[in-house]
Design a protein around this ligand. Structure first.
Ligand code: NAI
Length: 284
């Protein structure tokens, strides 16, 4: 099955980037969000990025116009009925995801594939809310989507081989690198990366060093391209906390227990780059 038309549910940090890379690969995209402000912000961000590419001579005006023509925005999911694949990128909560998957399964054509960009949740549990578990899987992009090459492809218990193959082919077509991984909390990257970020938050909480010093040490000493606290701010501290809580709940091991400082910052609404404040202050 060739995927020509795609849908993206959620126009936040991840959804906007996913919609952008699909349009850049020549796919027709329907981007949907319940919040019209988020939709407008995503569209503005994507167009600005293409305008910059024109100014840098990377693409010409005709390419920019062609990409813009491929991208459509909507406040409701009815447009998903013509899509071969829909990627969900909304809040990291199993109940909410199950509800939207039920709704998408009703709207989309029978053969359409439904993918979730979840950071850690069970694909099988999301799929169980529908009657099409064979055509549901995880398609996990990384932040920032336009830059990061990896897409984890995660089949659930009942995902068919043809579904996985079609998505692997699509990932390659949009210029990304697929890695197929078995379903387990946090999959591959977040299983390893999240405890590292949480440990950095604990070190910060203990007052061992400032956020700048912790990140500097990890960049210069561990060769990381970005410090763990700056990364947490970029990902969104709410997302980091949800993933850490999920790993803790599923594995039941204290090494996954979320740092108190993460909870405090989320409770205070300091979610990182997207709210202007997290471990760093972005308003300065
Ligand atoms: P976000 O908070 O930036 O955006 C979520 C968007 O979903 C918001 O615009 C919100 O209005 C919209 N939304 C919520 N409920 C909706 C509904 N029922 N219908 C339509 N739109 C709805 O979240 P973000 O960071 O983009 O995360 C989305 C998903 O991607 C989560 O599952 C997260 O775990 C995952 N993820 C996040 C990464 C990150 O670095 N932030 C990296 C990889 C995966």
């Amino acid at each position: 099955m060739e995927i020509k038309q795609v849908g993206v549910l959620g126009a936040g940090t991840m959804g906007a980037g996913i919609a952008q890379v699909f349009a850049e690969a020549g796919l027709k995209v329907m981007l949907v969000d319940i919040d019209s402000n988020m939709l407008q912000a995503a569209l503005g961000k994507i167009k600005k990025s293409w305008q910059k590419a024109v100014e840098k001579g990377k693409i010409d005006d005709a390419v920019k116009a062609a990409r813009e023509a491929l991208l459509e925005c909507s406040g409701d999911m009815s447009g998903f009925k013509d899509c071969d694949l829909v990627v969900e990128a909304i809040v990291e909560e199993i109940g909410v995801k199950q509800k939207v998957f039920q709704a998408m399964a009703d709207i989309c054509q029978e053969q359409a594939i439904l993918a979730t960009n979840t950071s850690a949740l069970s694909i099988t549990e999301i799929a169980a809310a529908t009657q099409r578990a064979d055509r549901i899987l995880g398609m996990h992009f990384f932040n920032p989507v336009t830059v990061m090459k990896l897409v984890e492809v995660i089949p659930g218990l009942e995902t068919s081989m043809s579904t996985t193959e079609a998505v692997v082919e699509l990932v390659k077509r949009i210029g990304k690198e697929p890695v197929i991984t078995k379903e387990a909390p946090g999959f591959l990257v977040n299983r390893i990366l999240n405890p590292l970020v949480n440990e950095a938050a604990l070190v910060y909480q203990e007052g061992m060093a400032s956020a700048e010093e912790i990140d500097k040490a990890m960049k210069l000493g561990a060769g990381l391209p970005m410090g763990p606290l700056a990364l947490a701010d970029l990902v969104g501290l709410d997302v980091v906390l949800k993933v850490t809580e999920y790993l803790f709940k599923e594995f039941g091991e204290s090494k996954y227990r979320p740092a108190l400082v993460l909870k405090q910052k989320v409770r205070a609404g300091h979610l990182g780059v997207k709210t202007g404040k997290g471990f760093y202050d972005y308003k300065k």
